[in-house]
Design a protein around this ligand. Structure first.
Ligand code: NAP
Length: 543
């Protein structure tokens, strides 16, 4: 049973025609089963509609007629519902779903007339939480007792650790040869929908496309098949993922999933929405969960949870990559933000060595704007390469602390515009200033609004003139740099980079850093060389 979970697409059309068209799309998209939700049909005539739907079905179907007391749209009595479900069975539906609350009545109703070919799924939905393992096991036993062919339990994740209980029950059912669908709804339950082949789940649901979800947290069919490669997930598939909050926007699953697949590495990479890093790690402590990319706000917690760290990590104070050492299960922390950003800058210096005098960072002034996680990684990396580091940060105290730490100089953000002691410097923005949606901001000077204050804006000051004065100062400042880097990757070309480029200054984008830090992670995860071209193209295509 493990390793062959079916992928079922719930149809959301309101008419038979729409449902037939959705079935065709689901078949072409690689679905194994389509769920016909009779309660979604605007005007349902059982004999006419079921005959049309079942006679013309291009793939196996699961017929559900969900009442409103279990989250569906049917408001009538159970007698009518039972008749319609029996008719679906007689017309050859492969699966029929009935809710546990009325399952015994339905089974009694069927007695003596139950067609052989249809599997009966008895389902239970909990839209609030996920019960304990004991309560889930009792639920399984109750569902089995009414004569279900397949047990279906859908609960809700309040925390990502809730999913572990469902996995335990699924594995137990698998050992007992009890076919089970175990799903945990919500963003925090996403992994239950992807890892079901690994833990013996009979079937998982996928939306026909994004926006057509029938339950919270449902991935799309194409994500399930193409990004998570669900058909290749087996019991021994290793689980990796990006741990953060939020994580839905992360490109990690696309880039790592594609890279794993390209080298035939038996692993899946998931977005993991985690609230409490420590409890997540202790819950998923088995070797199945082999390694993680760590993003905001967990990079410092990841350092605290590491058993051992790459020596450089101690100085940077943040871990963005964590693996479980296979020999002893110890957690080893790394930081590939540091290698990713510095190598992106160094490589560009080498490529443009004709234009940028000197191809190395040694003895160059390296100005880092920001003193957070990325700022520390760049400041430390630049120091390691022999650069003279200058830190400018909104909170001056933090700039001073970091500057002391790396043996550099601290300046205020306001001083940055007038800071051009020599030519050929490097400027690296590691703040989020200029990031989507505030794409008109630049860290090199405050936005016009902040400089002028609301009173000045109302005065007769010629805004345009003042703006151009600021632009001129910014231009002068930017011209002293040989290279400008921005850690932001959304947008790829920030205002800071655009203005630098317009002045002929060499630029390096956050996308380049992202690709390189992901390559570093891939190598740590797999021990294999990263497929650089593929990873870069994948990121750019999905950007
Ligand atoms: P962080 O630890 O929270 O640090 C944020 C830094 O930005 C702090 O120095 C903060 O200054 C400064 N800052 C925030 N808002 C500001 C504002 N309105 N004006 C001036 N300064 C401001 O964040 P992080 O993890 O270092 O990430 C920072 C940026 O780097 C993000 O845009 C992130 O997406 C990007 N990043 C990119 C990659 C990549 O692969 N390309 C990797 C990691 C991070 P204070 O000290 O005054 O608060």
């Amino acid at each position: 049973m493990a390793g062959v979970s079916l992928v079922c697409v719930p149809l959301v059309g309101k008419s038979v025609e729409q449902m037939l068209s959705e079935m065709a799309t689901a078949t072409a998209g690689g679905a194994d089963v389509a769920e016909i939700r009779l309660d979604h049909l605007a005007s349902f005539e059982p004999r006419r509609d079921l005959d049309l739907l079942l006679r013309n079905r291009p793939l196996p179907v699961l017929v559900t007629y969900r009442p409103n007391w279990e989250g569906g749209e049917y408001e009538g009595d159970d007698g009518w519902r039972f008749e319609a479900l029996l008719l679906a069975m007689e017309l050859g539906a492969e699966y029929v779903d009935i809710e546990l609350k009325v399952a015994q009545e339905f089974v009694d109703f069927l007695s003596g007339k139950r067609p052989d070919g249809t599997k009966l799924i008895v389902s239970s939905h909990n839209y609030q939480s996920t019960p304990s393992i004991e309560d889930l096991s009792i639920l399984v036993a109750r569902i089995q007792a009414v004569g279900a062919d397949i047990v279906k339990i859908a609960t809700t994740a309040v925390d990502i650790t809730d999913v572990a209980r469902m996995f335990k029950v699924m594995v137990h059912c698998q050992g007992q040869q009890v076919p089970m669908i175990g799903l945990v709804m919500g963003d925090r339950g996403l992994m239950s929908r992807i890892l079901c082949p690994k833990f013996g789940g009979y079937l998982t649901f996928a939306a026909l496309s994004t926006g057509k979800e029938s339950a919270p947290g449902q991935p799309s069919l194409s994500d399930l098949l193409d990004i998570y490669n669900i058909k290749q997930i087996k019991a021994d598939t290793k689980v990796y993922g990006v741990v953060g909050k939020p994580v839905a926007h992360s490109k990690g699953p696309i880039i790592h999933g594609t890279a794993f697949r390209s080298v035939g590495y038996n692993a899946v990479y998931l977005p993991l929405l985690v609230d409490d890093f420590e409890s997540f790690l202790s819950t998923y402590s088995s070797p199945d969960f082999a390694g993680f990319s760590v993003t905001m706000p967990h990079k410092e917690a990841a350092l605290a949870c590491s058993d051992e760290v790459d020596p450089i990590v101690k100085y940077i104070g943040a871990v963005n990559t964590l693996i479980k050492r296979p020999s002893d299960g110890k957690l080893i922390g790394y930081n590939t933000d540091y290698t990713g950003s510095i190598s992106a800058i160094e490589t560009t210096l080498q490529v443009f060595s004709g234009k940028v005098p000197g191809a190395s960072l040694a003895d160059r002034i390296f100005v880092v704007i920001g003193a957070g996680g990325a700022g520390k990684a760049l400041a430390y990396g630049a120091r390691e390469k022999g650069a003279r580091v200058v830190i400018a940060n909104r909170t001056y105290e933090r700039a001073r602390e970091l500057a002391n730490f790396v043996g550099g100089q601290a300046i205020s953000l306001a001083d940055l515009e007038n800071f051009h002691p020599e030519e050929g410097m490097i400027l690296a923005n590691t703040t989020s200033v200029g990031m989507y949606p505030n794409i008109h901001d630049t860290p090199l000077s405050k936005p016009f609004r902040q400089r002028m204050g609301s009173k000045a804006q109302q005065s007769h000051s010629p805004k345009v003139e003042l703006n151009s004065v600021f632009s001129l100062k910014r231009k002068q400042a930017l011209k002293s740099y040989a290279l400008v880097f921005d850690a932001i990757y959304n947008p790829t070309l920030t205002r800071l980079l655009r203005e630098a480029e317009e002045l002929g200054v060499t630029i390096v984008t956050g996308v380049e850093m992202f690709v390189r830090q992901a390559m570093g992670q891939f190598e740590i995860f797999t021990g294999l060389p990263a497929p650089e071209k593929l990873m870069r193209e994948t990121l750019l295509n999905f950007h």
